[in-house]
Design a protein around this ligand. Structure first.
Ligand code: ASP
Length: 593
């Protein structure tokens, strides 16, 4: 139907006849001449109709925004002075000869020919219109280039693209499963995969050696700001490999991707242990663009009379840390109050601070309500440890380790952005040596990565002190975002059983849930490991998009609904009956009846 994309015509086409197809981006009537900006995936071309071509001119008068047209005409140079240097097609225009209205369009829900701030709900409801906007289309195009690039890279490294089932059994990654009722097995349910984890491990047992998949994953979580109930992973697994070789291949892939698609040279990724990351940044995904660090001061305050500090300092589950903000003395009272509220979100009960007015004067030169409680000596010892200078501000966190890490870790990021302290554009790293387990709020342990991650110790050592054990897991972090994570896996049945036992998964339950995996471990399972990247997040970082929804063609809202299709939707009684499902009335209705 067309000879060229609208966005593709330029001076090399002058005097050629072209046929373009696209949407009317804008229509202008200029004293007897009609200008149509015709838009397609690749850009916009200006088409001019003059009254000499009578029939087409009459049609051109009738078209409105977003009508779908086919236009035949001849490319010519725009008259001097009317060029548009901001457009790739801005030196030329098409003198329209024939026009076919392929389809009319109702008035769009929001204009596309000018930037207007449109509510996200409207954009999501009319996503098919929203995606016409160049920035949206360009992100989809970029995403396609990234997946293509990754596929080619992995293919060149001998990885096989293999699909794994969507209708399956639960694969634990720490979230709730989406369930699908079985019609043929009354009362039984499939789970949608939280990841292809177990299948990719089984493929290693089968001898596939190197696997990858651009895989949809499903997690029914209470959605935090930037999560989606279904999302895409670049999922990878290899046999006969250790963490250095595997992370090396993955790092090479990401560096080449950034180089080739963004012309960005990422540095060699440093490695940091989980313990160091938590200690210095309060986070297992530290944003290393920000030069602020948490500094422990427990030893200095443990014996001071200030209970707020001394309490957590003497508690093995507590932490007292300081965060020095160079020149932070300029912050206003209101700003400090706002930061106090901000750390409250993370459970901090307050935000103590000291302003350094004149360090030469000793404690006299420190301005803060807490200096008198700490005592001059302790206050100065803290300042010395931090290397505080006049004009600096020191924030404190004193609470459980968790609250201090989360609140000061988040404050560090917020200060970094608010005060524009970012020192570089890209700061990647690997975080390694994660603990195997953490406390689960019910007095037991839960796997930090997943239960198939290999520990760095023997089953006996693991059993003896599980809370101390480290795992062979690794996360790739970029600018404070976890891009991907993975681990070397357990390939030994005894070790897998030990981990299940520590997690409180009894033999019977382990058999029922993961019998197939335990069987596979018996039948010659090679040492193996892998990793998965969050593709949506990667694209978001690479395109600078503000929301994960902006890099997904048809995303869900934060309450896990699709505003366009109105999913999830009710189903009729017959369908429910076939699935052997009877709905319970919502609790309020039940109470009334
Ligand atoms: N399955 C893991 C996840 O989804 C990734 C991996 O261990 O390869 O986080």
């Amino acid at each position: 139907m067309r000879s060229h994309y609208c966005g593709g015509i330029n001076e090399t086409h002058i005097d050629q006849d072209v046929t373009l197809c696209g949407w009317v981006h804008r229509r202008r009537d200029h004293g007897g001449v009609i200008f149509l900006d015709l838009r397609d995936r690749d850009g916009i071309a200006q088409v001019v109709f003059d009254p000499d071509t009578e029939a087409s001119f009459a049609l051109a008068e009738r078209v409105r925004s977003e009508f779908v047209l086919q236009v035949k005409g001849r490319v010519r140079r725009r008259p001097a002075g009317t060029e548009n240097n901001n457009m790739p097609t801005g030196q030329v225009e098409v003198l329209g000869k024939e026009l076919v209205i392929l389809n009319a369009a109702a008035t769009p829900p929001f204009p596309l020919d000018e930037y207007v701030d449109v509510g996200e709900d409207v954009r999501l409801r009319y996503r098919f219109v929203d995606l016409r906007r160049p920035e949206m289309l360009n992100r989809l195009r970029f995403r396609s280039r990234v997946t293509n690039y990754i596929r080619n890279f992995l293919d060149s490294q001998g990885f096989l693209d293999i699909e794994t089932p969507i209708l399956t059994r639960a694969t634990p990654e720490g979230a709730r499963d989406y369930l699908v009722p079985s019609r043929t097995h009354p009362g039984s349910f499939f789970a949608l995969p939280q990841s292809p984890q177990l299948f990719k491990q089984l493929l290693m047992v089968s001898g596939v050696d190197r696997y990858y998949q651009v895989a949809k994953c499903f997690r029914d979580e209470d959605l935090r700001a930037d999560r989606q109930p279904e999302f895409t992973q670049v999922d990878v697994e290899c046999s006969f490999i250790d963490e250095n070789t595997l992370t090396g291949i993955m790092e090479q892939m990401i560096r080449e991707l950034f180089h080739d698609l963004l012309e960005v040279e990422l540095p060699v990724f440093p490695r940091m242990t989980y313990a160091e990351a938590m200690h210095r940044y309060g986070s297992d995904k530290p944003d290393l663009r920000i030069p602020l660090e948490l500094v422990d001061v427990e030893d200095l305050v443990a014996d001071c009379g200030f209970k707020v500090f001394a309490g957590p300092a003497s508690d093995s589950k507590g932490r007292v840390a300081a965060l020095l903000l160079p020149n932070g003395g300029e912050l206003t009272r209101k700003q400090i109050d706002d930061y106090t509220k901000f750390v409250g979100i993370y459970g901090a009960k307050g935000l103590a601070y000291i302003k350094v007015n004149d360090i030469e004067k000793g404690a006299e030169g420190l301005q803060s309500p807490i200096v008198k409680f700490l005592g001059d000596e302790v206050a100065m010892a803290i300042m010395n440890r931090l290397g505080a200078k006049n004009g600096d501000l020191v924030f404190f966190g004193a609470d459980s380790i968790k609250v201090v890490n989360e609140s000061l870790g988040a404050l560090r990021i917020k200060l970094g952005h608010d005060l524009k302290l970012l020192e570089k554009e890209w700061a990647p790293l690997w975080v390694v040596d994660f603990p195997m387990f953490e406390d689960d709020d019910k007095g037991g342990l839960t796997a930090i990565h997943h239960p198939f991650t290999a520990p760095s110790c023997t089953p006996e050592e693991l059993e003896q002190a599980p809370e101390k054990a480290l795992s062979r897991a690794y996360d790739m972090v970029l600018n404070g975002t976890e891009l991907g994570g993975g681990s070397i896996r357990i390939h030994d049945e005894k070790m897998q059983e030990t981990v299940f036992r520590i997690l409180g998964i009894g033999e019977e339950e382990a058999r029922a849930k993961f019998g197939f995996l335990l069987d596979a471990l018996k039948f010659g399972c090679p040492p193996h490991g892998g990793l998965a990247f969050g593709l949506d997040r990667l694209i978001m970082l690479m395109t600078g998009a503000q929301s994960i929804r902006d890099v997904i063609a048809f995303p869900k809202t934060q309450t896990a609904t699709c505003l366009m299709t109105q999913a999830p939707g009710e189903v009729d009684e017959k369908a429910l009956r076939e699935l052997h499902i009877r709905l319970r009335k919502p609790a309020t209705e039940q109470a009334q009846s």
